[in-house]
Design a protein around this ligand. Structure first.
Ligand code: AMP
Length: 629
């Protein structure tokens, strides 16, 4: 296999262009009309690059740069990439570039581990195909009837996105004909392995025509996936987003995973209101996202400006000046536009959208901690993007601490204090209008027989508008997400810090309703399992115990300790659990999530869920699964 290792700068400051040069280059890019899409250079047709421009994409991500040309050239590809790197477009764009819309036979098949991912990928492909008339994309997955899927299959979609079990079912029923298939994509291959789909995936590979191209994407490369690649891919180009780099030791990194009823925008608002900062640079992926975020912040009364490829050079200079002198405290930028930005006042860099690779992360956070100052790097991630945080931790050899957002109580106290302060300031300043209004208020109170406090409150509503002044109480204590270890001292040996030691389930003091102790058999007879449902999914002990009894046939008296954590739970089950019972347990659904149990090894280093699972030794892997849904 030939391999492309995408380089990552070892020393960020040297690799960075001088700010003036960067700004000049930016000026050229911004002022040239129409701008030439860098996606064209990868060999993509203009119909597609126009769509990307309309989506606000400025540059290809590293996985796209490395993957698109070989795929366009018809080569097989192995891409080691996580969610969040832009891998969907990396395979979808070349797929669309070579599609024959006039044919109504399936020409491309994407296998994905879950219904959720299949739908998400289908939606992304449809979005990229927006300007390609006649292209039809269909998602097929289990857990739902066949009727609608059969009707859609009969309409002749050229691109199928499906979970392996349902794809095989359609193939064996004769409702999915792969004889014209030209491209097969395995998306999140390690996850399909983890979920026990590997035999189904192999069956699909075997049934595909001999002359087909394969693209395999996987966050990790456990041996079974490597074996699959060796057996079915032909001289694949292998792409690894590799490299290690260092970030300034004066920059502290903290991360937060969405949950607890808060999305990324809520979290940003809480930071803006509750975290002291001088100037904040917020990174998003697209121009459109930058404009939208600036608009949304403006609606909430926050002064913010956008910096992206569509902003003209003169306006950019104004934005940078306003950031520098404090007139605009928040700038929302894309990677391209913020390159080389040198403003000492930036105390916080917020990765509102995660960077697609280590290099852009290093460039982003290098905008703070300048001139010997300290800086704060903050990362927001969705649960699906969590493994990207581990990649960044390892790639930068720094620890990403857990960010605890200011609670609703803290924000509300700050809002009340600010309100009181503003009113007191006006009273103290005694502007000419104050006297006039005081007379009016006194007259209104007398004539209308109204309480002064009531009138003052009505005036405040006139000023503030209808939006609530105070946040509702937090649903849960804000977001100790379990993606992060508790803050701890950094050591010189950063690696030792990352490969964190024993993750024994804490005997935590949780609210009583979140843990439950069932009568236990002898301690030695129990084994600890991790199941993929947690407090954030709204699960309660009785849901898990009940489902295990009813669906998997494990009576509660055989269940030991149950500990519900934020995004998963730990449960003790009999060590000699029969294989078919273990299988049934893994397939059990609780709170709309499949338990997908895996043995919990308290001595293993903490890793992202995907990696940890893919390292499962073969003997622990679930046996062949025919039908999951
Ligand atoms: P993925 O890793 O495929 O799940 O993509 C993650 C996110 O990045 C999606 O929201 C995409 O729309 C977005 N994205 C993909 N490629 C680019 C790009 N070149 N520029 C900006 N955003 C992108």
């Amino acid at each position: 296999m030939s391999e492309v290792l995408l380089p990552v700068d070892a020393a960020e400051p040297a690799a960075e262009p001088a700010p003036a040069a960067a700004e000049a280059a930016e000026a050229d890019a911004a002022d040239a009309t129409p701008p030439v899409s860098p996606f064209l250079a990868l060999g993509l047709p203009e119909t597609l690059t126009r769509t990307l421009t309309a989506l606000g994409y400025e540059t290809p991500t590293p996985i796209q740069t490395a993957t698109i040309p070989p795929l366009l050239a018809g080569r097989d590809v192995i891409g080691q990439a996580q969610t969040g790197t832009g891998k969907t477009a990396a395979f979808a764009l070349p797929m669309l570039a070579s599609l024959q819309p006039r044919s109504s036979m399936p020409q491309a098949l994407i296998l994905a581990p879950t219904r959720e991912l299949a739908l998400q990928v289908a939606e992304a492909v449809e979005q990229y195909a927006k300007n390609l008339p006649g292209v039809r994309v269909l998602a097929v997955y289990g857990g739902t009837g066949y009727g609608e899927q059969l009707r859609e299959l009969a309409r002749g979609p050229q691109i199928i996105v499906g979970t392996p079990g349902r794809v095989l079912d359609h193939m064996s029923r004769g409702t999915l004909n792969l004889s014209a298939l030209r491209l097969l994509v395995l998306d999140e291959a390690d996850e399909m392995l983890r979920m026990g789909f590997i035999d189904d995936v192999e069956a699909v590979l075997k049934a595909a025509p001999a002359e087909r191209q394969i693209a395999l994407f996987s966050a990790t490369m456990p041996p079974p996936i490597r074996r699959l690649a060796q057996s079915y891919l032909r001289q694949p180009q292998e792409i690894t987003l590799a490299g290690r780099t260092t970030t300034a030791p004066t920059i502290r990194a903290r991360g937060w995973v969405t949950g607890g009823g808060l999305d990324k925008f809520d979290a940003l608002m809480r930071l803006l209101e509750g975290e002291p900062f001088e100037a904040m640079l917020v990174f998003v992926r697209t121009r459109i996202a930058a404009d939208e975020l600036v608009g949304a912040l403006g609606d909430r009364g926050f002064k913010a400006a956008a910096l992206h490829g569509d902003v003209h050079q003169r306006d950019r200079e104004r934005v940078v000046e306003a950031l520098r002198d404090g007139r605009v405290p928040v700038v929302v930028a894309t990677d391209v536009a913020a390159r080389g930005l040198d403003v000492d006042r930036i105390t916080h860099v917020v990765n509102f959208d995660l960077p697609t690779d280590i290099e852009s992360y290093v460039h982003r956070i290098g905008r703070t901690g300048r001139a010997g100052r300290s800086g704060e790097a903050i990362l927001f991630a969705t649960p699906r993007e969590r493994s990207m945080l581990n990649v960044i931790e390892r790639g930068t050899r720094t620890l990403i601490e857990r960010l605890v957002l200011p609670s609703a109580d803290v924000i509300n106290a700050a809002r009340i204090a600010r309100f009181q302060e503003r009113v007191a300031q006006v009273v103290a300043a005694a502007p000419p209008n104050l006297k006039v209004f005081r007379e009016q208020v006194a007259a209104l109170a007398q004539d209308g027989n109204l309480d002064i406090a009531e009138i003052a409150a009505a005036l405040a509503v006139l000023v503030h508008g209808d939006s609530p002044m105070l946040l509702p109480p937090d649903r849960a204590p804000p977001p100790p997400s379990d993606a992060f270890p508790p803050p701890r001292a950094r050591t010189r040996d950063a690696d030792a810090d990352i490969e964190r030691a024993p993750a024994r389930p804490e005997r935590v003091e949780r609210p009583a309703d979140r843990t439950e102790r069932a009568p236990k058999p002898a301690q030695g007879a129990l084994q600890l399992w991790r199941i993929e449902v947690g407090f954030r999914h709204g699960v309660e002990p009785r849901n898990i115990i009940g489902a295990l009894a009813n669906e998997a046939g494990i009576p509660s008296r055989y269940i030991g300790r149950l500990e519900i954590r934020d995004f998963y739970s730990l449960i003790e089950l009999p060590r000699d659990l029969p294989a078919h019972v273990a299988e049934a347990m893994k397939r059990t659904w609780v709170a709309k999530r499949q338990l997908r149990g895996t043995h919990w090894d308290p001595d293993a280093p903490i890793r992202g869920p995907v990696e940890a699972a893919s390292d499962t030794p073969p003997e622990n892997r679930p046996p062949k699964r025919r039908k999951m849904y």
